[in-house]
Ligand binder design. Structure first.
Ligand code: ATP
Ligand code: MG
Length: 493
């Protein structure tokens, strides 16, 4: 892998104007790991005004002295190229932002402010430029400036802080999360001293904005090794400080059917969701689906039950994702998947009516994701018994159910028919009759014929409201709602 022509062009133009310019940071690291960099950062001794003159198509962020150059490239990763003037940072009195951003004179000084040795590498196309630097190395034709032993750490697969790790964490507490996140993304270990100081400084994570913590957690969850990432968070104390609910499952045994503890099962389910390349919300649901188990565990004979854990777990999931400032849409989706993950299915036992009821609770748009969650969760239970055939059968039943009515608006007659043909008055009773009809149709879809429903409605319209309500209960899932309320009351959620 080499640097794309757009990057080479930017470096060349800066050099032609007599400035030094290097590719730096994560992009060099990724190049050396033979991964395609997600973005490219360039460091130069040119000041922002000079950079803007050389690249007229740009926008400028004054806070960081970064000029973003716009190219005509097709490739997303080089459409915008960030060029930053060498800088130093000093005095992080709030453990978040440097009090002073200064100009650095050399690339070495700029690299020294970076967080990890593998991120503190610079690349130049020109051998002559490299020759002016003490810590230069040529790797596969690339001229690398490596003042902190980043190449060695790349080989050893180690995340090591530049300089004294305690000082680097004290300067900027986000680095606590970045350490773990990079270890998960790269599948690297954390160097001993860095790990020790990470543990010692973990509580400083409270100083960091929740949104930034969330972004790092998302990157961990979306990495190829999220299980490792969450484990590292647990070992270092970061998990207890950001998602303490997950720690409740550590060491909590389940029952005869489960060989893994609640915590281990949550991690394994997440890892399978990553293995199958599922999207963020499903991965989060896999991680959180059994989070209510520790609080609902009860002894029964010589075993445990977790009755209602999906209701308690959904509430806890909602709280966690609110706290971490996830978007409403993601939070609602994950909470819903956790709430519904216990759906029952068994070939021969799930009736068509059961499938329709399930579809109504879950929602058609969420059903495939719920199946994915089930697959990840089964795989992650440590019981190798695969069930794709049974799940496919359920999917078939549900697809069929999706063709049939599950709401009153899909009935063969509507409120107007009741008013016009049966002389009913507009009002709540119309809804009552329709619900009672739907209850019948949910049990037997073949009853959804206008003629049959009108004949039934004629009888139903003379029932009193209480009778109608009782008849419509199945349609409104009243029993399920009552169960949820009871569980919530019991566990004060
Ligand atoms: P990715 O782009 O995959 O998230 P990255 O390593 O490129 O990872 P960026 O956030 O893009 O990370 O930052 C680019 C570079 O800036 C890093 O490689 C690192 O050298 C430096 N950097 C970023 N954040 C910090 C920080 N909090 N402290 C010190 N250096 C940092
Ligand atoms: Mg980057």
């Amino acid at each position: 892998m080499t640097t794309p022509p757009e990057i080479q062009g930017v470096l060349r133009k800066l050099r032609e104007a007599q400035f030094a310019a290097f590719v730096v940071g994560g992009s060099v690291r990724d190049l050396l790991l033979k991964k395609k960099p997600k973005d490219w950062d360039i460091a130069t001794n040119a000041n922002p005004q000079d950079i803007q003159k050389i690249f007229p198509k740009n926008f400028y962020n004054n806070d960081f002295g970064t000029v973003t150059v716009i190219t005509n490239a097709e490739d997303e990763t080089v459409k915008e190229i960030e060029i930053t003037t060498y800088r130093t940072e000093a005095g992080y009195s709030d453990q978040r932002h440097p009090d002073k951003i200064g100009r650095a004179k050399t690339i070495e000084e700029d690299l020294a402010r970076r967080d990890f040795t593998v991120n503190a590498l610079a690349l130049t196309e020109e051998k002559d430029t490299a020759d002016n630097h003490k810590d230069k190395v040529t790797v596969e034709g690339m001229n690398i400036i490596d003042p902190f032993g980043g190449l060695k750490d790349l080989d050893a697969k180690l995340i090591r802080a530049v300089g004294k790790p305690s000082e680097r964490f004290a300067e900027d507490a986000l680095r606590l999360m970045r350490t773990v996140r990079l270890a998960a993304q790269l599948d690297f270990d954390i160097e001993e001293e860095t790990l020790r100081d990470l543990k010692a400084y973990a509580t400083a994570i409270d100083m960091v904005a929740k949104e930034r913590i969330r972004d790092e957690i998302v990157k961990i969850v979306m990495s190829d090794s999220p299980e490792r990432g969450i484990r590292l968070m647990e070992e270092t104390g970061l998990l207890a400080l950001t998602m303490p609910e997950l720690c409740e499952g550590v060491g909590v045994d389940q029952n005869k059917h489960h060989t893994l503890t609640v915590y281990e099962h949550n991690l394994k389910s997440l890892q399978y969701a990553a293995k199958y390349d599922y999207e963020l919300t499903i991965r989060l649901a896999a991680l959180l689906h059994d989070i209510g188990k520790p609080r609902t565990r009860r002894r029964k004979d010589d075993d445990y039950t977790f009755y209602g854990h999906e209701v308690v777990g959904a509430k806890m999931t909602d709280q966690i994702l609110r706290r971490l400032k996830f978007r409403n849409e993601s939070r609602e989706k994950v909470t819903h998947l956790v709430r519904r993950h216990m759906f029952y299915y068994d070939v021969g036992k799930v009736t068509e009516a059961g499938a329709r009821r399930l579809l109504r609770r879950v929602g058609k748009e969420h059903f495939d994701d719920l199946i994915k969650l089930r697959i990840a969760e089964r795989k992650g239970s440590g019981v190798p018994k695969a069930e794709p055939y049974r799940l496919r059968h359920l999917q078939f039943l549900v697809e069929k159910a999706a063709q049939e009515p599950i709401t009153t608006s899909q009935l063969a007659i509507n409120g107007n028919d009741l008013i016009e043909k049966l002389g009913m008055k507009p009002g709540p009773k119309i809804g009552g009759v329709l619900n009672a009809l739907l209850a019948q149709v949910l049990d037997d879809a073949s009853k959804n014929k206008a003629e049959y429903l009108m004949a039934e409605a004629k009888i139903l319209k003379n029932k009193n409201p209480d009778e109608l309500k009782a008849m419509g209960e199945a349609a409104k899932d009243e029993a399920e709602k009552k169960r949820e309320d009871d569980i919530k009351r019991k566990y004060h959620v």
